[in-house]
Design a protein. Structure first.
Length: 157
């Protein structure tokens, strides 16, 4: 059995298998597509490349849907670019909050829209004096403890 391997691109290897037929001198060819290698690389390709690409596409969709990155309705280029920049900065900020303040908690792997809904879109009264700014939350806020934990983890020092 003769086995040839042709790499079309790193995501897909194509294997051609050539078998001599018994009665005639002809060769039968069969084709199988997919990631077929001898060194165990298919699982690595799937985990590192294919899943990472899907995760990247999910993050782009998350930014477009939850942070309104796709709302470029102005006819001029600069306002649309500025709106996209603000959306990107908001995503980076929420990603840092997820990584630092929400690590190990119930929102550690939550979507940006869920973090925005549970931590940022809550009612509070802003009380300001010369030394500090206080945000007393409503007694009916169901995620008050999570908010306080995240705020405490974001404190410097």
């Amino acid at each position: 059995m003769l086995c040839l391997k042709k790499m079309a691109n790193p995501m897909k290897s194509i294997t051609y298998e050539l078998k001599p037929l018994k009665s005639s001198g002809l060769v039968e060819a069969s084709f199988s597509g997919g990631a077929i290698t001898s060194d165990g690389a298919p699982q690595w390709l799937y985990d590192r490349v294919y899943c990472a690409r899907g995760d990247m596409e999910n993050r782009i969709k998350e930014q477009q849907l939850d942070l309104f990155a796709d709302r470029t309705s102005c006819h001029a280029w600069w306002p649309n670019q500025y709106r996209l920049l603000l959306s990107t900065l908001a995503y980076v900020l929420l990603e840092a909050i997820r990584r630092v303040a929400l690590a190990g908690g119930e929102l550690a792997n939550a979507y940006v829209g869920t973090i925005r809904l549970k931590l940022l879109k809550i009612g509070a009264v802003v009380l300001r004096n010369t030394r500090r700014i206080r945000l007393p939350l409503s007694n009916s806020c169901s995620h008050q403890e999570l908010f306080h934990t995240a705020a405490a983890r974001l404190q410097p020092g």
